[in-house]
Design a protein around this ligand. Structure first.
Ligand SMILES: O=C(O)C(=O)C[C@]1(C(=O)O)C=C[C@@H](O)C=C1
Length: 361
């Protein structure tokens, strides 16, 4: 599959003067709940109403969705508000039911994207549809698996595609429910600049207070849209209560978010940007040169270790370096997380160099 302009035709056809906003509850709970939320969203920037009908839960025993009944409520919400509708489909039966009830856009969830078998089953059930299909990233940070799911849809003659970034599971506890790992959607965007890219801040955040910041970051990275879980009474939502926001908060958020142009046009702006980019090029060049020099020294240490039969990994020395660099990083306004990541990568490369040297025959 190659990038091509037509990938974004379905989005262009909506003729929006702002990023696409998909909003609505995590789960459809009752007809009243869904209609209430839909009516509150009707006069907002939200073009598409979302609602989970079948909810894949991590552990059994939690609310698992109202099932096909909810599709009738979605249909009614569409008739009453004129909003488009979207829901998650996780198997061929869901696809058939969603099609019967004329859901406008379908999305594939993160737990489905990890399984090529089930993705293929859904692609076959959807074969040839012109409805847009949005594919959430797999729960694990694997760009190939994500793109693989997109390609399976594309090969099933589904031309209107998009991707949703909902963050990645980690064992380590972080401030996020799912780590954003921004580099992955950035890499995806570099390979497929015309594949509409939508942020799901709700599942990355896990709590409402950081949703705005995540949306702003996404817009600064040229994302095409936002899918935000929105509930009239978030505290009492039947699923994901901590991460939903009210329709009013959503409206305020779309006013407060800064939408930046991808390119500036004023001469002054372009001159200054060009100077600053040159400065960055010079520094990047130096960074690579310095890293190359550091690895040469690491090679020499490798030879010394080989002659003296000493192990490559030296944990005490490595921990000293890490501690020192984190402190130095603070003096230069670099976060601990960033310094850690960089140094872990440098250390790994250094070990790889030494492994080669030590095992040379
Ligand atoms: O100091 C050493 O022994 C090295 O081999 C260098 C180095 C590094 O790259 O800084 C590499 C591997 C060790 O685990 C510790 C540090």
């Amino acid at each position: 599959m190659e990038n091509k302009k037509e990938l974004r035709t379905w989005l262009n056809k909506m003729e929006l003067d702002h990023p696409l906003v998909i909003a609505g509850p995590c789960s459809a709970e009752t007809e009243d709940q869904l209609l209430n939320i839909a009516h509150q969203l009707k006069d907002s920037d939200a073009t598409v109403l979302r609602a989970g009908i079948w909810k894949p839960r991590t552990r059994p025993g939690n609310f698992e969705g109202v099932g096909a009944l909810g599709l009738k409520w979605l249909q009614r919400a569409k008739e009453e508000t004129g909003m488009k509708t979207t829901t998650e489909v996780a198997n061929a039966n869901h696809v058939d039911l969603a099609m019967e009830h004329d859901v406008d856009i379908l999305w594939i969830g993160a737990r489905t994207t990890v399984s090529p078998f089930i993705v293929q089953e859904i692609a076959e059930a959807l074969r040839g549809t012109d409805k847009p299909v949005l594919i959430k990233n797999p729960v694990n940070p694997d760009l190939s698996l994500w793109l693989g799911a997109v390609e399976r849809m594309y090969k099933a003659d589904i031309p209107n595609l998009g991707v949703i970034h909902r963050g990645f599971s980690t064992y380590e506890k972080t401030r996020y429910r799912n780590n954003p790992e921004w580099q992955i959607p950035i890499d995806l965007q570099n390979r497929f600049p015309d594949l509409p890219l939508i942020l799901d801040p709700s599942h990355i955040a896990g709590k409402r207070d950081i949703i705005f910041d995540l949306c702003q970051t996404a817009l600064d990275l040229n994302f095409d849209g936002l899918m935000v879980e929105t509930h009239h009474d978030p505290e009492n939502a039947w699923s994901d209560a901590a991460q939903q926001i009210t329709p009013d908060s959503l409206k305020q958020m779309t006013i407060d978010l800064r939408i930046r142009k991808q390119e500036g046009d004023e001469v002054e702006f372009r001159n200054r940007l060009s100077t600053q980019r040159t400065q960055i090029d010079v520094l990047d060049h130096k960074l690579i040169e310095l890293l190359g020099k550091r690895m040469k020294i690491s090679d020499e240490i490798g030879r010394l270790k080989r002659e003296n039969n000493v192990a490559i990994l030296q944990s005490r020395r490595w921990n000293e370096i890490l501690g020192k660099m984190i402190l130095e990083g603070e003096d230069h306004n670099l976060s601990e997380e960033f310094v850690l990541r960089i140094y872990k990568a440098i250390h790994q490369e250094s070990i790889n160099h030494q492994k080669k040297v030590v095992n040379e025959v």
